[in-house]
Design a protein around this ligand. Structure first.
Ligand code: DC
Length: 231
């Protein structure tokens, strides 16, 4: 196993992706965005013309997905076969459909194994981190995928803070109309996702960091301090 595994969980807009990437960069670790794996699976099903309402067909397609995750935190990439889907998996089509794939429990089992393999791979000297380890980020990573991680964090933020961040990301501003346009999307998606994953409350041994009142740098620092305490 890698020397250090850091698992970071949390709802949309908690900042878990950018914080995880920065922490990985600071420590020379690989970075795994598990949400991107669910997105890639969704992209693949759409690309293959699979009916997302047919769970058996979705499972069969996901089992065959030729996924290649690039784990460099300064430029994470996602490839499916010969296609670089790093940008395509952020499209509205994929974002709107991903819950249909991620709520399929058999698909989750396949993708969980894939995530665990990617984490274990970073224990190898010929991996990106050279055996140092990985920051893995996404729903249920601290509880189901990597419950044995050295550092487990639930990154939360108030709903207002999360909505404002997503609005800035998607619409370039956090004024009232941008926040409203974001609300349905963020709140509903978290509600759908929370039917199959639990990421709103910290499990035993998982440290909660509330970033509502913290800057990005302060949040990164808070995670680095937890790592330091573990050493
Ligand atoms: O974090 P994100 O928005 O990129 O995640 C995309 C979707 O995948 C989201 O709807 C939740 C789901 N997901 C999941 O069910 N389990 C994970 N470990 C990561 C993401």
């Amino acid at each position: 196993m890698p020397e250090l595994v850091i698992a970071i969980d949390g709802p949309s807009g908690s900042g878990k992706s950018s914080v995880s990437r920065r922490v990985a960069q600071a420590l020379g670790l690989a970075y795994l965005d598990t949400g991107a794996i669910y997105r890639a699976a969704t992209w693949w099903c759409l690309d293959q013309g699979v009916d997302l309402a047919d769970p058996v067909a979705v499972l069969a397609a996901v089992r065959e997905m030729p996924l290649d995750m690039g784990v460099d935190p300064s430029s994470p990439t996602v490839r499916v076969g010969e296609t670089d889907v790093t940008a395509a998996i952020r499209s509205e089509d994929v974002t709107g459909a991903v819950s249909k794939v991620s709520s399929n429990l058999e698909v989750r089992a396949v993708l969980r194994q894939l995530q665990q393999d990617a984490i274990a791979h970073e224990g190898r000297p010929d991996s990106f981190s050279g055996g140092l380890g990985i920051v893995a980020e996404g729903r249920d990573i601290t509880t189901v995928v990597a419950p044995e991680a050295d550092v487990r964090v639930l990154l939360t933020a108030s709903e207002e803070a999360r909505l404002a961040r997503r609005a800035r990301e998607v619409h370039g501003s956090a004024d009232a109309s941008a926040v409203e346009a974001t609300r349905a999307f963020v709140v509903q998606r978290d509600k759908k996702d929370s039917a199959v994953t639990s990421f709103l409350e910290a499990a035993d041994g998982v440290v909660t960091i509330d970033s509502s009142e913290l800057s990005f740098e302060e949040t990164v620092q808070a995670v680095l301090e937890l790592v330091e305490r573990r050493r």
